[in-house]
Each structure stands twice: as structure tokens, then as C-alpha cells.
Design a protein around this ligand. Sequence first.
Ligand code: HEC
Ligand code: HEC
Ligand code: HEC
Ligand code: HEC
Ligand code: HEC
Length: 425
Amino acid sequence: MRIRPAIRAGILLAVIVVAVVAAQGAQAQTPAAACGACHAQEYDGWAASAHAHAAESRAFQSLAGAASAVAGWGSDGCYRCHAPLAQGGAGAAAGVSCEACHLMERVGGAGNGDFSLATDGVLRSAKAGRAPHPTSASPLFGDALFCAACHEQYHPVSGVALQSTYTEWVNSAGSHGGKTCQTCHMAEASGGHAFGPSVADDAAKGEALARAITLEVRWPDSAQAGRALIVDVRLENTGAAHALPTGKPEGYEMWLEMAATVGGQTVFTESLPYGVVFADDEGNYDPRVTSSDAASLLRDHRLFPGRAVVERFAFVVPADVRGQVDVEVRLMYRRTPSWLSERLGLPSVPAMLVRRASAAVPVVEPPPRPTYVAPTPTATLAPTPTPVLEGSGTVEEEGWLGSFLLVAGLVLVSVAAWALKARAV
Ligand code: HEC
Ligand code: HEC
Ligand code: HEC
Ligand code: HEC
Ligand code: HEC
């Protein structure tokens, strides 16, 4: 049977509308693809985003399974944000679906999924146009608080902050001209509903991070064998109104590394991680403590907006090095941290290069040391010669004064003699 395209499209549309309405009535999820039949642009962006794949990653699934056994989390604890419309895990594959956001009715902002979804089937958004389904305008959709529904989390038992993206944004208010999450992640980032670089595009993620973080290196002019070579690296988060990285430690790995080589042979390497480190309730320092076991926060070393960080790398150039030392500094990022892949027995995820700087530092001979000549004791004991005031003004003045006094004296004597003589007469 041949159906004309227009009729076929009509039937498809009718089926979709019926599905949407029926699904809303039953408060089950409408497949995002059904919304996408009319909202293709939003669908394409969303499908490539982390929101669409929020309950898919193997890391998430294994941790969620383990967490359901941890007191306080509950079996649905992880799905609350990763797949809000899943019921007992069913329908979790939809992730953070269209409706998980567009039915958002209230957000408290306290974290841990402090939000409620409407059951009236009315699709909320920043504005509401004439649509073949009920819509309603809600100012919440233009507010950063909307994102706080899920991007703010604490441990249900220990109370430790696991992710504080919203709080970080509140604290950095003013640093980015009042931009909301939506301004940067939906209006400015390519693709609106992609909320940023696609989860499948590491190159785009690396470039987005590179635009947000400046890296400046102070290289030494030269180095000396056997002496310390010091490199200062200044990093600043100028592009994000929250820490970088943000979110919880299972979702990122970022580090700065420096490597020094001589003729291709590595002579020094060091790496500094950016992130948070938790301790479990036995106080273990292990960086492998995941969010679900976090009892306290041990360390928070990340790039906060408006607070530049200067890292110093220092090492001693081996004594036999001649020529130059090639030094390279790299800022790296990985979506699933290597410690987590290792712990869960998953294949490791490739690291991406965010920023890089390098220099060849010439190794110079140390300048000849100045020779120290000890003064001889006789020289010190010798009497200080009296300065000769040759042709000095003082000497001349003294001569002039002497002659004047001599003349004056002679005059006085002759005047006195003349007076005596006069008296005698
Ligand atoms: C219903 C919960 C929920 C809401 C509301 C929500 N998010 Fe998310 N978001 C998530 C979850 C869960 C993930 C992690 C998905 C994954 O990778 O497993 C995520 C991931 C992201 C990522 C990708 C992170 C990465 O590492 O690439 C960005 C960016 C993001 N969200 C931005 C936003 C913004 C901006 C808002 C507000 C407009 C928002 N989200 C609202 C749950 C939510
Ligand atoms: C993480 C939350 C979230 C998810 C998931 C989400 N949206 Fe949105 N959507 C928003 C927000 C917030 C706005 C308002 C954006 C603004 O005004 O800048 C919006 C706006 C819209 C709009 C209005 C036009 C526009 O693009 O601004 C449509 C239509 C829309 N979304 C459809 C969808 C569809 C279809 C899906 C699923 C494929 C979807 N949304 C998934 C948060 C979400
Ligand atoms: C049969 C086509 C169709 C289907 C299916 C559909 N929509 Fe719409 N929707 C529209 C039209 C047309 C509008 C109003 C014009 C516009 O803004 O695009 C609209 C408006 C909206 C709005 C309000 C934003 C605005 O600019 O008016 C949101 C949010 C929205 N739709 C979300 C969804 C979601 C989520 C689904 C799936 C559950 C969905 N829509 C399914 C056609 C559809
Ligand atoms: C001034 C712009 C700006 C604002 C405002 C902003 N972000 Fe971001 N955000 C960025 C940039 C830039 C990145 C890094 C590149 C990327 O991954 O998109 C980023 C990254 C992220 C990531 C990925 C985390 C990572 O470590 O890679 C998440 C999640 C996120 N932002 C959520 C939010 C939420 C939620 C808000 C609001 C509370 C928000 N952002 C406000 C610019 C912004
Ligand atoms: C309060 C909401 C919320 C709850 C509850 C929650 N998450 Fe998340 N989760 C998020 C958000 C938002 C992100 C994205 C963080 C980012 O990239 O900044 C995320 C990211 C992740 C990631 C890294 C991305 C990925 O999918 O590989 C893992 C793993 C994860 N969560 C596991 C869990 C587990 C396990 C639980 C339950 C013990 C859980 N989450 C509970 C909001 C939540």
C-alpha cells in the first residue's frame, strides 16, 4: 500500500500528539524523540548532551548499584537527578529527558534533588507560545536556581558537599556580569540544548576549557647543571562562573603536568591534580573514596573564578647536562578519572590536552667565581697617611690672614711709637 507523503506525515503527527497527550495523562515519560518530531533543533542538541546519557555510563551504573546498598542513598537516590522520571529504575535510559526539565514546577535550591515535577502535563518554559500541547511561562527557566535542582549535592548522611556548582556560581556573582547558567550554557554555547560541548566530542570539550582557562609560564632565561631550575605557571579561570572543574569527582580529572627532557631523555616529571579529595569514615586519605562514601572533605584545589593560582615546579638539573633542557607544561582533562576506571575495572578513557606551553632553556656554564684576596696584616696596621691639602683654599686663606695680622700689627706698633714720640715732645 502506497501512502502519499502528506498523509503519512499527518498520520505520524497524529500518532505523536496522541502519544504525548496519553503519556502526560498517565504521568509516564514521553520519549524525547517524540518531542523531537516538532522540536528538531532542541532534540539534536539534547541528544548529544550529557543530559541524554545521564544514566547510561558504566561508571554511573556500577556506582549506582553499589550505592543502593549504602545507608542513606536509597535505591532511587541516584536516579533522582540522573533520570528523574524513571520509576524504580524503569525508564532510566531516558536520562534527564525533555519532560524532566519542562515539567519543573519548583526548585528549593538546597541540593540533592530539592525540586518537584508537575503532574498536570503542562510544559513549562521561559516563554509559552501557541502550541499543540499545554504550555505555561515560568520565570524559573531563566534563573540559575533552575539548574540547582540537580547541580548541587551533599552526602545524605555525612552532609559533605559533593557538588556545589550553584553555590560556586552564587559566590562568584559579579565576576561574569550577572550571567546565568542559561546565558553561558544555552544562549552562548553552541547548540542551546547541548548545554556545552557534546559528550562525544573530546576536541570540542578541550577547546571550550582552553577558552575558559588562561595559562602563563615564567621561564628562566638559563639554567646551570647541578643547580635548581624553577618554572612558575599561572592559571586563571576567566571563562566560567564556577570552579573548574566543577561537579563531583567521579565526573572529571584535571591536572597540570611538567616534563623536562634532555636530548629526548626525561630528567624530571611532576603532575598536580585539580579537584576535591574526600576521606571515608575511617579517615582514609585515599583519593579513590567516591561520593557515596565521603565522610569529610580533605582538600579542594580547583580553579575558582577571579582567583589566579601560581604553581611552582622545581628540580635540580643533572650535573652532566650540557646544551639545553626542553621543558613542557600541559593542562590535561579526562572525563572519567583514571582511578575510577581502574577501581571499576573499566577501560581507561583518553586524556585530552587543554593547554600547552614549552621552551628550550639553555644550560650555561656558571660564571668564573671572583678570587678572594686576603689583606696582609701589615697593610692594616700601617699608619693612615695624612691627606695632603695641596693648593687647598684653606691654606691660602690662612696665609692671607697671617699677612693681614702682620701688617695690622706693624701699623699698630708704628702708631704707638709715633704717639710716644709726640708725648715726649
Ligand atoms: C533534572 C536534573 C538536572 C537539571 C535540572 C539540570 N541538569 Fe545538568 N546534568 C544533570 C546530570 C545528572 C548530569 C550528568 C550526566 C552524566 O554525565 O552522567 C548533568 C550534566 C550537565 C552538563 C555536562 C557536564 C559535563 O561534564 O560535560 C552540563 C554543562 C549541565 N549539566 C548544565 C546544566 C545547566 C546549565 C542546567 C540548567 C539550565 C542543568 N544542567 C540542569 C542533571 C540536571
Ligand atoms: C536540563 C533541562 C532541560 C532539558 C533536558 C530540556 N530542556 Fe528545553 N529548555 C530548558 C530551559 C532552561 C529552557 C529555557 C532556555 C532559555 O530561555 O534560555 C528551555 C527551552 C526550550 C524550548 C523553548 C525554545 C528554546 O529553545 O529556548 C523548547 C521548545 C524546548 N526547550 C524543548 C525541549 C525539548 C524538545 C527537549 C528534549 C529533547 C528539551 N527541551 C530538554 C531546559 C531543558
Ligand atoms: C506536534 C508538534 C509538537 C510536539 C510533538 C511537541 N511540541 Fe512543543 N511546541 C510545539 C509548537 C508548535 C510550539 C509553539 C511554537 C514554538 O515555540 O515552537 C511548542 C511549544 C513548546 C514549548 C514552549 C516554548 C515556546 O517557545 O513556546 C515547550 C517547552 C515545548 N513545546 C516542549 C515540548 C516537549 C518537551 C515535547 C515532548 C514532550 C513537545 N514540546 C512536543 C509543537 C510540538
Ligand atoms: C560565565 C559563563 C558560565 C556560567 C555563568 C556558568 N558556566 Fe558552567 N561552564 C562554563 C565554561 C566555560 C565551562 C567549561 C567548558 C565546558 O565544559 O562547557 C563550564 C563547565 C560546566 C560544567 C562541566 C564541568 C566540568 O568540569 O567540565 C557544568 C556541569 C557546568 N558548567 C554547569 C553550570 C551550572 C549549573 C551553572 C549555573 C549554576 C553554570 N555552569 C554557570 C561557563 C559558565
Ligand atoms: C543532586 C543530584 C544528583 C544525585 C542525587 C546524584 N547525582 Fe551523579 N551527577 C549529578 C550531576 C549534576 C552530575 C554532573 C556533574 C558535572 O559534570 O559537573 C553528575 C555526575 C555523575 C557521574 C559522572 C558522570 C558519569 O555519568 O559518568 C557519576 C559516575 C555519577 N554522577 C554517579 C552518581 C551516583 C552513583 C549517584 C548515587 C549514589 C548519583 N550520581 C547521584 C547529579 C546527581
